[in-house]
Write a new protein. Sequence first.
Length: 274
Amino acid sequence: MSSSAFASLPTVLHPKEEDIQMMLSAGVHTGTRNSDKMMEEYIWRRRKDGLHVLNIGKTWEKIMLAARVIVAIENPEDVVAISARPWGMRAVLKFAHYTGSQSIAGRFTPGTFTNQITKQFREPRLLIVTDPRTDSQAVREASYVNIPVIAFCDSDSPLQHVDVAIPANNKGKHSIGLIYWLLAREVLRLRGTVSRTSDWDVPVDLFFHRDIEELKKTEEEQATKAEEAAAPAAVYDEAIPDADAGAFAGEPVAAPEAAQWSTDGAEAAAAEQW
């Protein structure tokens, strides 16, 4: 993409070609067939099959903005990342691990932000949501206690009570994992933990959701390969006895003597039996 697409960003925050290629390969720009009125400014066009295509340039700008908002929070533990969608649970946990924030993976308990009696009561200063529709309870409670919300929004996502909307595909495991990886990398870069000149040593695969069945299959394949490698190969060390050299030299080989059955002997044996 041309640099004019990121004119609002300083040159340091411009994406590399590798980042754009990763976003395209992960399907970050792929929306849904439906669109929300508030998301029209983030939609680039509509394909022939009816799917909306999101503007990746605005996606990158919003990732940079969200990272600067997260860094502005002095205590990283005051940031909470939430994902009720299974595709984003692993990404949320990894994001919290590398940035030092908190995470809620799975079902959100109502009253976590409003009911002080509950054991899970928290008072965060910033909320990161994977899907504003799936995590609507957390977004609603955040609006009650004035917590700003950063949300990954698809073409049909509602933007009520959302302060920073990152237009992205929030229904694919690769898209969700990549957005969280880019967001965590930019947060660490702004904090000075990771250099911009070198690549982040954490692979993006760690943020992708992995099914239990796929894990079992890979473990079984690795176990079978290990067994095959550990099994001793058949070794043929026994010496093969040499055949008679005379047979290969063209000399005639004597045949075993056949038993001769004379007629006289047969008649004598028959006579004895009678």
